[in-house]
Every structure is written in structure tokens, then in C-alpha cells.
Design a protein around this ligand. Structure first.
Ligand SMILES: [Fe+2]
Length: 163
């Protein structure tokens, strides 16, 4: 079976994104992100952590994409948010990534419906009206590093929060 060519450095990844002349649909973004295999020496020097909350660095921005590198200590989570208007894929680099999915029925209250854990090299995709939060579980013993891809770039967080 033909194995898709891997994208082996952040510079190569960003050159490919720069060459795209439109946002990608969720399945297209997934096809790109699953080919990303970057070595720790390429991302760890850019990784930041904070004792207060997860710490993100925007590594790439264009009219059609945003790529954020996020460092999470155990117990640090995102807010609950949706992806209206953006396709989102998360590539796990180091540690164990926990995702929790929610439903918000009209007139009802927000409820958690499922959760899962992903390991380095695995990719989580969420899009459209999907509501979730993600991060590093408190019982985790290791820091977490993730690379988040958005197409088009994220709207301001204030328009997306549920809490
Ligand atoms: Fe998200």
C-alpha cells in the first residue's frame, strides 16, 4: 500500500500551508495533519509551560490557517468551546491528551457525552458545531505537548466559550 509522504519539519509544514490558497475542509486538514511527524528537537525548544494555565504559542498564521503549539501541565484544560466556522485537528506530540465531548440541546444544559485519550502521533479532529474541552488529566504524571491546526484561523475565544 502506498504510504503518504511524511512532513518531517515545522518549516516544511508551514511552507505547505503557505502554499494553500483556501481553507481546508476537516477531512482535508486531517489528511495533512496525519502526515506530520516532526522530531522533538524541532518543537521542544518552542514549547512553553505556565503554572497558571496551559500555554500556547502561535507558530504559524495565514488567511487560511492557524497553528498553535500548546504546553499543558497535569490538571490543565481548555474551556468548553465549539468550532463553528473552523475545522480543527490536534496532533499529540508528548504525553497523554484527554478530550471530552459535550452536547448542548436547545433549551437544555450542557452535558458531557463521551471522553477519550490520545497518545503521541494520534490526531483528534473536531469541526462545525462540535463542543468539547481538552487537556492534560490531573492524574497524569507527565506534561503534555500538542500541535493545534485551525482552518480558517480561530475566531476570538470570547465568541466561543461555554463557561
Ligand atoms: Fe477545540
Amino acid at each position: 500500500m502506498h504510504r503518504p509522504q511524511e512532513i518531517e519539519t515545522l518549516d516544511e509544514l508551514f511552507a505547505r500551508l503557505q502554499a494553500c490558497d483556501r481553507p481546508l475542509l476537516l477531512d482535508e486538514l486531517y489528511e495533512l495533519v496525519r502526515r506530520v511527524v516532526i522530531p522533538p528537537a524541532d518543537y521542544r525548544p518552542r514549547l512553553r509551560f505556565s503554572a497558571e494555565q496551559f500555554c500556547f504559542q502561535t507558530l504559524f498564521e495565514s488567511p487560511h490557517f492557524e497553528v498553535n503549539l500548546i504546553g499543558w501541565h497535569p490538571g490543565q484544560f481548555s474551556s468548553v468551546h465549539d468550532h463553528r466556522g473552523t475545522a480543527c485537528c490536534v496532533l499529540v506530540l508528548d504525553g497523554i491528551f484527554t478530550n471530552r465531548d459535550y452536547l448542548h440541546p436547545p433549551g437544555g444544559s450542557l452535558m458531557e457525552v463521551s471522553s477519550c485519550q490520545l497518545h503521541p502521533g494520534e490526531v483528534l479532529c473536531r469541526g462545525d458545531q462540535q463542543i468539547h474541552c481538552c487537556g492534560n488529566a490531573a492524574e497524569s504524571r507527565t506534561d503534555l505537548a500538542t500541535l493545534h491546526f485551525y482552518s480558517p484561523p480561530l475566531p476570538p475565544l470570547s465568541e466561543r466559550r461555554f463557561d
